[in-house]
Unconditional design. Structure first.
Length: 431
């Protein structure tokens, strides 16, 4: 649910090329940049396709290799209403409603009497404290406290499977995540079953201030009492779908899990609503960065701990007891950092460069005297602010808000100031 985050190297390069072109020609992408978006396909590679792949192609989707899937980075069909620049697509999401296909992400259903205990072993989530049909962002830690992946964990109930845990992980990380789970299941024992739900269902993110209004009209279900992070079952196109009020854009919105036989029909139904425009990877990356959200493989990896990433809150209160009978993997290091902040040497922070080109991943962060104190992990020109924004890991105490630093881009130094995130205010709904 938070989960479209991992950008495979080629796809991320393509998106950055598009964003760079956007800064040069804000109204549209250059032909050269559009051609660059098609390059990430690997010669001879058989890419996976989501259930609505043909819909993307029909609407002029520029398809790229994204975590092994053929996914649209932008829609470019001449004269079509869904053809928007990345800037306009980002703004449309903030002002109305955008539809994203995130079916490439991997879902897992955990059942059995020991399922809650197992999920609490391999994530930092306090599953037992979640209300029914409530979810939370969490992480899958390794034994050293680093992050294998970020994930959404929901305490769910269905007529078919009763009470269970529904989890979503990133597509690019799914193979290693599943291998990790299999290894841990072998050590854990107990009554736990892992059902992998991946290419047999559609997963669509409808994001923006008018997203819930659209879904209420189509389903006849009042969502005024459904807060961000809560789920419910509703019928769309005659089929029962799991709907979660969540997303990774900073806006209100939903993610809809659709059974295979209705996946295309539901996509088409959502697509045809007057408030809705299709959106793709380019806009999604800009939106999550404006919201100050991490992208796995860039802002999170297996050497970064949740406290270092500013994600201490993903460790549930009941999970912070060092004497727990069921500690999560990596708890020793993570809990030590939570209890003694002096053990944290660097922290993720927002940066607002005051000039020059956007500071991209890998750009050095320096003091005014030239001392390197960090590196950028994500950066772009914000479509909504029309300013350069970035985030990165900065040594203490230079991470403090209001610290004057500089970023090095193409050998030149540009002033930058540390700022709070999000860069654009988030609008998560609370009933």
């Amino acid at each position: 649910l938070i989960r479209h985050r991992f950008l495979a190297g080629g796809a991320h390069t393509a998106i950055m090329a598009a964003m760079a072109a956007m800064t040069r020609a804000p109204g549209r992408l250059s032909q050269r940049a559009l051609l660059s978006l098609a390059r990430p396909f690997s010669a001879g590679a058989e890419l996976k396709k989501t259930l609505v792949h043909a819909e993307h192609v029909q609407d002029g989707g520029k398809m790229v290799d994204f975590a092994g899937y053929s996914m649209p980075v932008q829609y470019t069909k001449a004269g079509a209403p869904h053809t928007l620049s990345i800037i306009d697509s980002t703004k449309w999401t903030r002002e109305s409603a955008s539809l994203f296909d995130v079916s490439h992400m991997c879902s897992i259903r955990w059942t059995g009497k020991d399922a809650f205990d197992f999920v609490e072993r391999v994530t930092t989530a306090d599953v037992k404290a979640l209300g029914m049909m409530r979810g939370t962002l969490s992480v899958i830690p390794n034994e050293n406290g680093g992050v294998i992946d970020d994930t959404m964990v929901t305490r769910c109930h269905s007529d078919e499977h009763g009470e269970h845990v529904y989890q979503v992980v990133n597509a690019g990380c799914a193979p290693k995540d599943l291998k990790h789970f299999e290894e841990q299941l072998g050590k854990f024992g107990g009554d736990v079953k892992m059902d992998i739900l991946w290419d047999s269902r559609g997963l669509y993110a409808l994001q923006g201030p008018k997203a819930v209004e659209v879904l209420q009209r189509l389903s006849g279900v009042d969502m005024s009492k459904v807060s961000f992070g809560e789920s419910l079952w509703m019928t769309l196109e005659g089929v029962k779908c799991l709907v979660t009020r969540c997303g990774y854009t900073g806006e209100d919105g939903v993610e809809v899990f659709v059974p295979e036989d209705a996946a295309v029909k539901v996509w088409q139904q959502l697509r045809e609503q007057p408030e809705v425009r299709l959106a793709a990877l380019g806009a999604r990356d800009a939106l999550r960065l404006e919201a100050g959200l991490c992208l796995y493989g860039h802002d999170l990896d297996e050497d970064i701990t949740p406290p270092e990433a500013g994600l201490s809150w993903v460790v549930g209160k009941a999970r912070r007891d060092p004497a727990s009978k069921n500690p999560f993997l990596g708890s020793e290091r993570i809990l030590a950092q939570l209890n003694d902040r002096s053990l944290i040497k660097k922290l993720r922070a927002g940066l607002m460069p005051s000039g020059g080109p956007p500071a991209r991943e890998g750009a050095a962060i320096e003091t005014a005297e030239g001392q390197v104190v960090g590196a950028v992990t994500s950066g772009t020109m914000s479509p909504c602010l029309r300013k350069n924004i970035a985030m990165g890991y900065i040594e203490k105490p230079f991470n403090k808000k209001g610290t004057d630093l500089q970023v090095v881009v193409r050998g030149k130094r540009y002033p930058a100031t540390t700022v709070s995130m999000p860069f654009v205010p988030t609008k998560y709904y609370k009933a």
